[in-house]
Write a protein that binds this ligand. Sequence first.
Ligand SMILES: Nc1ncnc2c1ncn2[C@@H]1O[C@H](COP(=O)(O)OP(=O)(O)OP(=O)(O)O)[C@@H](O)[C@H]1O
Length: 277
Amino acid sequence: MTTEVDAALDRSYVQLDKVTHTYGRGERQVRALDETDLRIDKGDFIALVGPSGCGKSTILKLVTGLMEASTGYVFVAGREVGAEPVRVGMAFQNPTLLPWLNLRDNVMLPLKIVPPFRQDYRAKRKTEFRDRIEALLTQVGLAGFGDKYPWQLSGGMLQRASLCRALIHEPQLLMLDEPFGALDQFTREELWAIMQELWMTHRPTVLLVTHDLKEAAYLANRICVMAARPGRIIDDSVVPFARPRTVAMSYDPEFVSLTQHLRELIVSARTTVEAQS
Ligand SMILES: Nc1ncnc2c1ncn2[C@@H]1O[C@H](COP(=O)(O)OP(=O)(O)OP(=O)(O)O)[C@@H](O)[C@H]1O
């Protein structure tokens, strides 16, 4: 590794260095990610946007170590992914709570599974963990719902619980793959406010994949626009708006012009792909 890379690692919490990923072999090969560099500072909030199939989820999988890069290097906290477990929290479009557990026990799951909490959970810290869960449930507006089962709750409530579960073990990295995609607009906007508050209080490093440009501009500090065939980052913009952001701000001219700019980039990337095929 060069000194240049070492210096960059001092600053970046997540770093993709000339990373590519190809699925399959031979004629069935799909070049999901062309040579990609990406740096994310500790505690930053990055959104990945782009057309379907441009490699957004592939980047999430590479950063969490669910998959290995075909070429290049992925570093988290200064170490190559896979060298040492990194505490990651995840939330997806489907909240995937276990139906036979109540909300509190669903949120508690990572504490029972992820080391070093697993040992502490068995030994002595059950009460402390319970307090932490109640505090998180309160922060997302679910105080008093700990005893309810998933089937007793709305989609928005389930997604709030899923955010609590993603954060309960104080992850260094939070990966969000379209977590609000299945919610109606009003519930989604409520969840943006909750997500923003959770990020501002816990400050995990967040990588959010979304198709919703307004959501990206509301939540993220930086937005990376991707194009497909092959997947690559074509734009990396800083979001300059002060926090806490509000839905009302999304009607401000600068906010609208940012989302329009992102939209134009994506439309033009899609048009190029269609012209090639
Ligand atoms: N397991 C797999 N095997 C083969 N090809 C795959 C696999 N997973 C993804 N791909 C392909 O790799 C490319 C990138 O996929 P990826 O899921 O990362 O895109 P995405 O931007 O997250 O898409 P979407 O927005 O639709 O979720 C796509 O062309 C996809 O079809």
